[in-house]
Structure formats: structure tokens, C-alpha cells
Design a protein around this ligand. Structure first.
Ligand code: ZN
Length: 253
């Protein structure tokens, strides 16, 4: 697919990342499958997208002072779906007039930056905005209705991942953000909390980054896909102030 996009018109909407993504989506033809992020970037003054063995980083954007052009370098070890998100994230930095390089003339973005950024407020804001831009571009709200209407289940988030060709992690974050049910996703590695993504109004959770989830995760055996049934859980284990909440837990291994 060869695309012709008007960068000036896109950037004329200002620095709000969701509006920027919306202005870009408005210029695309009607899409059925995944958003063609490589072609989009190359149509918007990104001259080159290549892979390299990056240590501790997911992607970098090199650009000049006026952002007249850009070059994106992706972590060669990351999956194609993560790389698609990385291109969209770097494009978010590139098109946003308020974003400035934080590492010697370049944007250098880690896996944390692309999921749960921390650090000084300016860095955190830029990374969060690049993520908001990326997910609105790759999984536009206007196309998510069929996935958001049913009662919440991880199956629907996994369907978003497949349909829009984004990682399961990015799809689950999007699902938690937009679903009308009160949801949170706890991302773990080796049973320890990496970060927690909470939807609006979700109560305080008992766990912090690095905590062991051992006792909380006594759940039914997963199916062949690694997914458990949605199961009622004890809110006293999970919530700081359990109140009268009913709590259901589902796990994807
Ligand atoms: Zn970034």
C-alpha cells in the first residue's frame, strides 16, 4: 500500500495525542484489518525504519532540530507486534510539536516507557502521550465497539490483539481503559507484579510493583490457550478497602 498523507494538516490540530491520531486516521482509506503503520510512518517524513540489537531499549527516533525528517530504529529482538507499537509510539514523538529529545538529540524509549513510564514529569508526560497516540492510531476507538459491548472477558481483549495486530499486553491495556466495567490488569513476570493498569474508578489494589502474587493466584487450571475461567475472588486479598465490591479474576499465562 502506498499512502499520501498531509503532515501539515495533521499537525495543525495541535499537541493533544488523541486528536493528532484522529487527524491522521481521517486521512486514511477505510480499513478492515490492521492499520498499516510502516506505510503511514514512511508517508510522514520517516525516511527509514530498521532493526538493530538495542540494549535496554525498545526503539529510538533520530531527528533534526526542526523534525523535518526522522529515522526509527527498532529492537531486533522484539516481536513484530511490539515493533508495530514502537513505530507508532516514535511517530507520536515525531508529530507532536511539544515533544523534545531527551537523549542527545534522539528519543530513546524503553519497554517501561511504552507501558508504564516513570521518571521526571516531562519525560513521563511525553512517553504517556506517545503511548496514547500509538494506541489510538493502532486500535481506534471508532472500530472497537464490537469488542467493548459484551461483558468483560479477556477473550475479547485477545481478539483486539489479533484483529489490530498489536501485542496482547497493549490490547489488554486498551481494553481496561475503554470497557464500561470496572477493570484492572495486573501484569506479572515469574509471579511478581511488573505494573498495574487500572481503569477509571477501580479501587486501590493491595499489590505494588515487585510484589509476589503467589497467594492471590490460586486459580483454576488454564485452558490450552493459557486462559482461566472468570472466577469469583476474595476482595480482601486484592483490594485495600474491599467494601462491598464483588471481584472476579481471570488469568492469562
Ligand atoms: Zn518514547
Amino acid at each position: 500500500m502506498s499512502l499520501s498523507l498531509d503532515r501539515v494538516e495533521i499537525e495543525s490540530v495541535g499537541s493533544d495525542p488523541v486528536r493528532l491520531a484522529g487527524a491522521l486516521l481521517d486521512q486514511l482509506p477505510v480499513l478492515d484489518g490492521a492499520v498499516p503503520i510502516h506505510e503511514i510512518a514512511l508517508a510522514l517524513d520517516i525516511l527509514d525504519i530498521r532493526e538493530a540489537p538495542l540494549s535496554g531499549l525498545e526503539a529510538c527516533l533520530q531527528t533534526d532540530h526542526h523534525k523535518s525528517y526522522g529515522q526509527v530504529v527498532l529492537n531486533a529482538a522484539s516481536s513484530p507486534r511490539r515493533q508495530r507499537f514502537s513505530i507508532a509510539h516514535e511517530l507520536g514523538h515525531f508529530l507532536n510539536e511539544r515533544h523534545g529529545p531527551t537523549h542527545e538529540g534522539a528519543f530513546a524509549c524503553s519497554r517501561d516507557d511504552m507501558s508504564a513510564p516513570f521518571g521526571d514529569p516531562r519525560h513521563r508526560r511525553q512517553e504517556q502521550e506517545a503511548n496514547s497516540f500509538a494506541i489510538e492510531l493502532l486500535a481506534p476507538l471508532s472500530r472497537l465497539g464490537p469488542y467493548l459491548r459484551p461483558v468483560a472477558e479477556l477473550d475479547h481483549a485477545l481478539a483486539i490483539s489479533d484483529r489490530f495486530d498489536i501485542s496482547r499486553e497493549a490490547a489488554v491495556r486498551r481494553y481496561v481503559e475503554l470497557h464500561r466495567d470496572c477493570l484492572a490488569a495486573v501484569f506479572t513476570r515469574h509471579g511478581q507484579v511488573r505494573y498495574i493498569e487500572k481503569g477509571e474508578g477501580f479501587p486501590r489494589v493491595n499489590f505494588w510493583v515487585g510484589d509476589d502474587l503467589g497467594p492471590a493466584l490460586r486459580l483454576p487450571a488454564p485452558d490450552a490457550e493459557g486462559l482461566t475461567e472468570l472466577d469469583e475472588a476474595d476482595p480482601h486479598i486484592w483490594l485495600t478497602s474491599p467494601g462491598r465490591h464483588d471481584l472476579f479474576v481471570q488469568t492469562l499465562h
